[in-house]
Design a protein around this ligand. Structure first.
Ligand SMILES: NC(=O)c1ccc[n+]([C@@H]2O[C@H](COP(=O)([O-])OP(=O)(O)OC[C@H]3O[C@@H](n4cnc5c(N)ncnc54)[C@H](O)[C@@H]3O)[C@@H](O)[C@H]2O)c1
Length: 325
């Protein structure tokens, strides 16, 4: 089976490529290296550098390879930036996605696995958040992802597209090769570890007066390897159901202060922090229900503890100090 991985040089996409190669799948990677790192993928893997918006390039990829499934990770993903520059979010995450779906139709490739996000939910009405929770994104990033989810639905109805949507909560942790690494870095764990490595002076805690036990926001962290295992299970058990959506998290939340304290214990280093204003649209608590993924995919996450997750990123980040600077 040949799989096109878009965004395969990114944090999560590269882990997917590594895990699929271990299972002997044929992989083709498309990435424009906007935030990706080419060195994270094996140089032997067929690789096309360019954007999902480039229809000629897409045509070349599909004419040169018989692609059975697309795993679509490519996206622009920074929530803060999406508030000030929504244009690039809708352009890449929606228009780019349509370019991909239309080339798939042309070449009769009718399976896609799409990386969506907890940001489609907006401020939760209840937790843990299950797949039936109402969607009401509060930023253009979440809105662009929800739009593409809806486009998948209509392509399924009209053209018989098969799809799986995975809504990730907070992907975290690292493999030997790939760690959470973005420029600028907006994720809490790598930012805390930057403080430990002396790259940042202190960690900003956005709001300490939320209605949570210690006043800081609570998030559900899922190890990137567990997250990809759910994708591979869905790939290998593509049942009659043509289309479905899963939330992916550990169903357990940790506050910002708990993450900082855990990182202090693991690294043995002080982590100075400062309390900043709340960020607009940051819900107090985001925890996924993973009941459906566990039941239907028989998904069994292995890296459940925050210690494991932070330790893997810490090992990776120490080794890749320069890349992360
Ligand atoms: N990291 C998380 O916690 C998280 C949470 C929810 C959802 N997601 C989703 O998971 C996916 C992967 O996220 P990530 O954290 O690995 O991000 P990332 O930025 O590390 O990876 C995205 C990859 O897509 C590539 N890309 C961007 N625009 C492209 C384009 N126009 N054409 C081709 N390639 C392009 C980038 O170069 C990069 O390699 C994204 O779709 C994101 O929305 C991530």
């Amino acid at each position: 089976m040949a799989i096109l991985v878009t965004g395969g040089c990114g944090y999560i996409g590269s882990v997917c490529v590594q895990r699929l190669i271990q299972r002997n799948y044929d992989i083709i990677v498309l990435d424009n290296l906007n935030t990706g790192h080419k060195e994270t993928i094996d140089p032997k893997i067929p690789y096309y550098e360019g954007t999902i918006l480039d229809k000629e390039l897409l045509n070349r990829i599909f004419s040169e390879n018989k692609i059975d499934v697309v795993m679509h990770f490519a996206a622009i993903t920074t929530i803060e930036e999406s508030a000030t520059n929504p244009s690039i979010y809708f352009n890449t995450n929606v228009t780019g996605g349509i370019c991909l779906l239309d080339i798939m139709r042309k070449y009769e490739c009718n399976k896609i696995i799409f990386s969506s996000t907890a940001a489609v939910f907006g401020n939760p009405k209840y937790t843990p958040i299950d797949e039936n929770h109402p969607t009401n994104p509060v930023n253009s990033y979440g809105s662009s992802k929800l739009m593409f989810e809806q486009i998948l639905f209509w392509y399924q109805q009209a053209y018989g597209l098969n799809y799986r949507i995975f809504r990730y909560f907070n992907a975290a942790g690292a493999t030997e090769i790939s760690g959470d690494n973005h420029h600028p870095e907006n994720h809490l764990i790598p930012n805390i570890l930057k403080v430990v490595l002396g790259i940042k002076k202190e960690i900003s805690i956005y709001g300490s007066d939320y209605d949570t036990p210690d006043g800081t926001c609570i998030r559900d962290y899922i190890h990137v390897v567990d997250l990809i295992e759910a994708h591979i299970l869905s790939l290998e058990n593509w049942k009659a159901n043509p289309a479905t959506t899963y939330n992916l998290g550990n169903e357990k939340g940790y506050s910002v202060l708990e993450v900082v304290e855990t990182a202090k214990r693991i690294t043995g280093h002080p982590i100075p922090s400062k309390i900043s204003d709340r960020r607009p649209g940051d819900p107090p608590v985001l925890i996924a229900s993973n009941f459906k993924a566990k039941k239907e995919l028989r998904w069994r996450p292995k890296f459940l503890s925050l210690e494991n997750i932070i330790t893997s990123q810490w090992k990776w980040q120490k080794r890749n100090y320069k890349a992360h600077k």
